[in-house]
Design a binder for this molecule. Structure first.
Ligand code: KG4
Ligand code: ZN
Length: 335
């Protein structure tokens, strides 16, 4: 017999092929297959990403259903990332979801990937609204005013690169491979964050910019390597810790400013970079200081996953917000 609500979530916007099952509001399986094919290129190659999604999407859905101990006819809806993301990658997930929706005769729900990152918080928390949420990922850096589960307004964003890119670019410059974020954060644990200084930008309100700090790291490494070719190698931990510290300060400075001006009920941290422990701790501290609840997803729901897509989909399902078979993906960010 069909459960009251059994939603299959599908995510394929970048380099993770993911499927999850949400049963009556609870995640019962969450599978993510991360594509390794991009590592040697130092970044995601769009054409390779869509091909890899094509070969893994069915097996990933299969495992997600098996882990949830259900079969296709048990599904009551399918939720899928509609955008933003890489066009070819999005097409694979969206077309698979369309096929499932048509063949099983169940509603098709199109989910905004960024809203889904915020919805990752609802998997484990009863969020108090309004919430001030910092979204930090490989493609986006935003401060979001969240009025209700799926009602949000972007109040600040980056004018150039995302903070995830600032981590990944640094990883590349330091020869750490892709993605650089997790590697930098690991090395930083044994370094001193106050060894070197990196500049912040001075932009109005809650705007972010990370292109300057990336360039300053490039020049810093170039200048110091002139005198000592092994400079980066010999000071890796301290460089990583100082750079990470500068990025975290750039983020938290804006959060504190918005917190003071807008006085939300709670604060949140989401997106791939929310896996960073220094940033997590800093946000928890801000919450404590200002006596606000601070929500951060469990690690499996920080980086791209389908659990957050299914969860976001459940709120759209409640409002009967469906898409039809002719709906196209969108590649650029939509507010
Ligand atoms: O949300 P996400 O999985 O994908 C996008 O939607 O972009 O975010 C990926 C980003 C990458 O830039 C990666 O380096 C970063 O999240 N990241 C981290 C950590 N884990 C993942 N950055 C810093 N510290 C980490 N521990
Ligand atoms: Zn993401």
């Amino acid at each position: 017999m069909k459960q009251a609500s059994t939603i299959l979530g599908i995510e394929s916007s970048c380099d993770d092929t993911a499927a999850a099952v949400l049963q009556n509001g609870k995640i019962v399986s969450n599978i993510t297959s991360t594509q390794k094919v991009h590592e040697i290129y130092g970044g995601v190659v769009p054409e390779l990403a869509s091909r890899a999604h094509q070969s893994s999407i069915i097996p990933v859905i299969d495992v997600a259903l098996k882990n949830a101990n259900i079969s296709l006819p048990d599904l009551t809806a399918v939720a899928v990332t509609q955008g933003p993301g890489l066009m070819g990658s999005l097409m694979v997930g969206l077309n698979t979801a369309k096929a499932l929706s048509m063949s099983l005769n169940i509603p098709l729900i199109g989910v905004n990937h960024l809203q889904a990152h915020v919805a990752a918080l609802y998997i484990e928390h009863q969020v108090q609204f309004p919430m001030l949420c910092l979204l930090v990922s490989g493609g986006h850096t935003q401060l979001i005013w969240v009025k209700d589960h799926m009602e949000m307004e972007i109040i600040g964003s980056t004018i150039d690169d995302a903070v995830g890119e600032a981590f990944d670019k640094a990883g590349k410059l330091l020869g750490l491979g892709y993605p650089g974020g997790p590697q930098i954060s690991k090395l930083a644990q044994s370094g001193d964050p106050n060894t070197y200084k990196f500049p912040d930008s001075s932009l109005p309100e809650y705007q972010f910019s990370f292109s300057g700090i990336k360039t300053s790291l490039l020049y810093f490494l170039r200048d110091n390597s002139k005198e000592n070719p092994d400079f980066a190698k010999n000071n890796l931990e301290n460089i990583c810790a100082s750079y990470e510290n500068a990025l975290v300060n750039m983020l938290t400075k804006r959060v504190k400013k918005a917190l003071k001006n807008l006085n939300p009920k709670s604060i949140g941290l989401v997106g791939g970079v929310s896996a960073n422990s220094v940033l997590r701790n800093a946000m928890v501290e801000i919450g404590k200081t200002h006596e606000k609840e601070c929500y951060i997803p469990d690690f499996q729901y920080c980086t791209d996953n389908a659990g957050m897509i299914a969860k976001a989909g459940s709120y759209l399902l409640e409002k009967n917000q469906f898409i039809d078979i002719s709906t196209l993906p969108f590649s650029k960010s939509k507010a």
